[in-house]
Design a protein around this ligand. Sequence first.
Ligand SMILES: Nc1ncnc2c1ncn2[C@@H]1O[C@H](COP(=O)(O)OP(=O)(O)OP(=O)(O)O)[C@@H](O)[C@H]1O
Ligand SMILES: [Mg+2]
Length: 266
Amino acid sequence: MAEDTELLLQCLLIMKIAISGKGGVGKTTLSALLAKEAAAQGRRVLAVDADPNPTLATTLGFSEEIQPIVELEELIEGRVGSGFLKLNPKVDDIPEEFAAEKDGIRLIVMGPIRRGGGGCACPQNTFLKSLIQHLVLERNELVLLDFEAGLEPLGRATAQGVDALLIVVEPDGVSLLTARRIYKLAREIGIEKILAVANKIREPTETDVIQEHLKFSLIGAIPYSESLRRCGPLNLSDPLIEQEIKTILERSETLSLEGRGQPKAG
Ligand SMILES: Nc1ncnc2c1ncn2[C@@H]1O[C@H](COP(=O)(O)OP(=O)(O)OP(=O)(O)O)[C@@H](O)[C@H]1O
Ligand SMILES: [Mg+2]
């Protein structure tokens, strides 16, 4: 295989894709569909539920209780400390130790950070941020991060390692407004490749309206599907949606490689 092609393949296999959007828009559904597709392609995939209200495990059909990372209080305190905080705690063993696995998909649940009685949840915060940084910058596998709209745990250094941010948009004004806000925030923290995915589309004109209102590219449109809503992504067997998911995965990967190695625009 030519060296360039091999390098390209390597890059594709270890892509880091973050998913965001307004509440209820379909972030977790998209994350699950992408994870399922990547696993079906025989790729190593690590799904990360970084939403404080985690639902990805259920959506992916994990039956066991998965302990959220923030609940590993003793471990976190041991690594970060409680008074003088260690800002770069050891985290590289966490995926191997704490990811659950099912049907070729490994899953980590971050969990909500609770602030008790005006106190600071700094050790958990520090640990989570370090872990997300590790997942984005150092893992040799496809990492899919299901985020809330705020992109809270993504600091600048980590954000720059995100290969593609997919903002999920529904055909309604509030979701579009949120998408534009997330876009702005993502640009500010240094994410370069920001792409939109339309979801719950009932007519093709809705996709056109979404694209008209966004200044970044729309790479796919998932139709509204009653069986997706009722049965979830896991048991879905809809060739149209499956094809769209393949396209979204492929486009987010090829587009995120565009312009690599070029000097960054000021
Ligand atoms: N294409 C679709 N067609 C029909 N229903 C859908 C579609 N995509 C998602 N849904 C449904 O919309 C609801 C919200 O989806 P999901 O949980 O994926 O959104 P979310 O953005 O992750 O929400 P949250 O902000 O609460 O995390 C679910 O009931 C899901 O089944
Ligand atoms: Mg969700």
